[in-house]
Design a protein around this ligand. Structure first.
Ligand SMILES: *Cc1c(COP(=O)(O)O)cnc(C)c1O
Length: 397
């Protein structure tokens, strides 16, 4: 009996990918086991975060790292770090940023719902660029000079949302930022694999990068990490850690927090509500090690095999064509696509039927207007291949 059924909740088959609304992915048994073991002993959280910092630094090539409750939490912490620096007074006043550098420059075409985390820290987003390439009316997006033009004495950071289409290229943006001594914060939440991306954005000059722990890394759903400059990570830590302490009794690990740089002891900061427990931190670090050890090739093959098993147990449909698409470089996630031939809304109708079944099967609806169903293997357990195949047979007959 599933633990969920004790509380009257049905489990689903997640063929959509690591969507938070579908509870993300499946942790490996080693990760779940590590979390159970972590739950059986107490530690000083600052010591554990200092260890996380070392581990994340090794994995990313950054000076330091930090774990919070998700990539979104890390964006809030990163912004708060860029605004407050190492000033405990500013930390205490956030999200009230009066009298501080509080503008975050962002390319208009990169605006998205997660930038709420940037605004939640007290920043005002200054949009640049007119992305008329997306309107179909033109070919341009934000250009480097426009970012430089938007920099003022109020600029706290440049926020960059990494994606294949993001313009201008990150190295161009970091070069401008360096000239003006402004930090660049990168949202790379979902950009793994390829695992080379763990190091790429730091190597391209980013000051802070946020990754999700609950996506392809396979860590706890409520985890994410920041990597980047030591002083900014120190500020993020100070605005996240529980600081219910007596000043004279406080001796944080120096590699994470250098007390000599502080004029006073900060209070609970704006990030206190983004808590990560010892179980999440250990779970994330364990998952990160396993993610790196597995490597892109083996991981790709594991996902591909699952889809091939699924496709192999499907008949030839009159109403749909089944294909598996995958990039040759083994860095992308392979996908199974069912292209439907019926009415224009046939794929959407079939996906609704899959969700209405027992167990509910959630597929990726993003190509429903092209009459396609996408099956993403990222959150499928080996046994799910048969369940998804049975579901597809039922709705595509
Ligand atoms: C998923 C995602 C986030 C949020 O990550 P969480 O770990 O769920 O907080 C932020 N930005 C982008 C681009 C994402 O895809």
């Amino acid at each position: 009996m599933s633990v969920y059924s004790k509380f009257g909740v049905d489990t689903i088959v997640n063929a959509k990918g690591t969507a938070t609304r579908l509870s993300g992915g499946i942790m490996r048994p080693e990760v779940a086991q590590a979390m159970i073991e972590a739950s059986r002993a107490c530690v000083e959280i600052a010591d554990l975060q200092a260890a996380a910092s070392r581990e994340i630094a090794k994995a990313t090539g950054a000076e330091a790292g930090y774990v919070a409750s998700g990539a979104s939490a890390c964006l809030l912490l990163g912004t708060a770090a860029c605004i407050a620096g190492l000033d405990p007074g500013r930390m205490a006043r956030l999200p009230d940023t009066r009298g501080m550098k509080n503008e975050v420059i962002m390319v208009r075409s990169q605006r998205n719902f997660y930038d709420h985390a940037i605004r939640a820290a007290g920043a005002t987003i200054v949009e640049v660029g007119l992305p008329d390439r997306f309107a179909g009316a033109g070919v341009r997006d934000a250009e480097a000079w426009e970012i430089e033009d938007a920099i003022t004495e109020k600029t706290a950071a440049i926020f960059y949302v990494m994606d294949a289409l993001s313009q201008p290229p990150l190295p161009v943006v970091t070069a401008i930022a360096k000239r003006h001594k402004i930090p660049v914060l990168v949202d790379a939440a979902a950009l793994l694999p390829p695992q080379s991306n763990l190091k790429r954005f730091i190597a391209e000059g980013a000051d802070l990068v946020a990754f999700s722990g609950g996506k392809a890394i396979g860590g706890p759903q409520a985890s994410g990490f920041l990597c980047g400059r030591r002083d900014l990570i120190m500020s993020a830590a100070l605005q996240h850690l529980d600081l219910d302490i007596y000043e004279d009794m406080w001796s944080p690990p120096k590699s994470l927090i250098d007390k000599s740089k502080l004029k006073g002891t900060p209070q609970h900061g704006i990030g206190r509500s983004c808590k990560a427990g010892k179980e999440e931190i250990i779970g994330l670090l364990t998952a990160l090690r396993l993610f790196i050890a597995e490597g892109d090739k083996v991981r790709h093959q594991r996902w591909l095999s699952l889809l091939e098993t699924l496709a192999g147990s499907l008949p030839v449909f009159k109403a749909a064509e089944i294909t598996i698409i995958h990039a040759d470089d083994a860095s992308a996630v392979p996908l199974l696509i069912a292209s439907l031939k019926g009415k224009p809304d046939a794929a959407a109708a079939a996906m609704k039927k899959l969700i209405a079944g027992k167990p509910a099967i959630h597929t990726d609806p993003s190509l429903r207007h092209e009459n396609r169903i996408i099956v993403n293997p990222l959150c499928l357990r080996p046994d799910d291949a048969g369940i998804v195949a049975a579901g597809l047979k039922r709705v595509l007959k």
